[in-house]
Design a protein around this ligand. Structure first.
Ligand code: UDP
Length: 371
């Protein structure tokens, strides 16, 4: 069987590489090739380097200030040549990006079977998050096989009349990557980690922040940054570490509002191993990221999600993730509670992960093998 695994952004790479590696463990059953769109360039390459993956096809589509129209049409057009060249039986796409949606359409045109990894996440509000919810719904409509991370995501698909036999609950492959990396980073040394050790006082509480979503662009990020400023002044010993996403719509606001504050460390996006290392060291995470919401409960780290909605309800229900929205007051209030209330901290920092056990890729490979 010929498999083409397609991804383009940092989180997709982190979540698809475990599957690439797992398929490659069975060369007698599968011929597996990797196609990157490189919707993110630098942040994707960092992940490929760490996991030692050399893509077979690199569409290299990232252009300065590229909009969704151009991104979508370029991916579809370039994918055509890859599909004609390799003629895969199965094309694997992941999650909810423009790469996901455009690669799904291309694969469908080619006649390959479309396999959607991290299928069935829904907010059921087609505009929120934009464009991710529509991307994942389109991918779900096109896909022949759906690898749902949880029962809730399977149920979302069943409500859309997806045939039950085409859905498999696997857990999220992000946990496959995390469990392997979490051990590797214990004895890992890199310039980034040395720099962090020099700058940051690890005897104090570390708040690790990430954010990038379109839904927070503009006023959302202004509120988030003002909240961080207030927290930094209120707790001068707390260290706020913020690897800032490269998107200028995020970067400009963050640097304008938070530069020059003693206990706020604005740094470039970290490579995945350095980020995992820092997650293990931090006290809490403030984020709008999907992947981080899934990873942190495995490390026993409470997460405050700076969004008004999430498609990842399982950890909110488990109590390890709290949805705080993007208002300054709410972010400050909930952070303050976790800094000051030890009992609350203990309750929310249980290692309890509804998203997986590290065996998701094996389940996917076994499923494809028996088709
Ligand atoms: N991550 C990273 N370096 C960073 C911040 C995050 O490697 O500086 C990793 C993180 O561990 C997670 C993924 O990137 O696996 C999340 O990516 P992002 O927040 O960009 O996207 P989302 O998960 O929201 O789709």
């Amino acid at each position: 069987k010929k498999n083409l695994i397609v991804f383009g952004t940092r989180p997709e790479a982190i979540k698809m590489i475990p599957l690439v590696k797992k398929f490659k463990e069975y060369p007698e059953l599968f011929s597996t090739k990797v196609c990157v769109t490189a919707q993110h360039r630098e942040m994707l390459d960092q992940v490929l380097d760490f996991f030692d993956i050399l893509p077979d096809y690199d569409l290299d589509i990232m252009r300065h200030d590229q909009d969704l129209y151009l991104l979508t049409s370029t991916i579809i057009e370039k994918m055509k040549y890859v599909l004609h060249d390799f003629k895969p039986d199965y094309v694997f796409i992941h999650g909810d990006t423009t790469t996901t949606m455009a690669a799904a359409i291309s694969a469908f045109y080619s006649g390959a079977k479309v396999c959607h990894v991290e299928a069935g996440l829904r907010t059921n509000n087609k505009l929120s998050p934009f464009p991710e919810e529509m991307n994942r719904q389109i991918a779900g409509r096109i896909a022949d096989y759906h690898f749902a991370p949880t029962i809730q995501s399977k149920n979302n698909l069943l409500k859309e009349n997806i045939v039950p036999e085409t859905i498999l609950v696997t857990g999220n492959t992000v946990i496959d990557a995390l469990l392997e990396s979490s051990i590797r980073v214990e004895n890992y040394s890199s310039i980034e980690i040395e720099n962090l050790k020099q700058k940051i006082n690890f005897d104090h509480k570390i708040i690790l922040v990430t954010g990038h979503r379109r839904e927070n662009h503009g006023q959302g990020f202004i509120n988030i940054c003002n909240a961080l400023k207030e927290i930094a002044f209120k707790y001068p010993e707390v260290q706020i570490v913020y690897p800032v996403h490269l998107n200028p719509k995020v970067k400009n606001i963050v640097y304008e509002t938070l530069s020059g504050i003693d206990n706020v460390y604005l740094i470039s996006p970290l490579s995945y191993p350095a980020f995992v290392w820092l997650m293990k060291k931090c006290y809490i995470l403030l984020t709008d990221s999907g992947g981080v919401q899934e990873e942190a409960p495995s490390l026993g780290k409470p997460v405050l999600v700076m969004r008004n909605t999430t498609e990842r309800h399982e950890s909110v229900e488990a109590g390890t993730v709290t949805l705080v929205g993007n208002s300054r007051e709410k972010i400050v209030y909930e952070t303050k509670r976790l800094i000051e209330d030890e009992d609350l901290y203990k309750k929310t920092s249980k290692k309890n992960n509804p998203y997986g056990d590290g065996k998701a890729s094996q389940r996917i490979v076994d499923f494809i093998a028996q088709l």
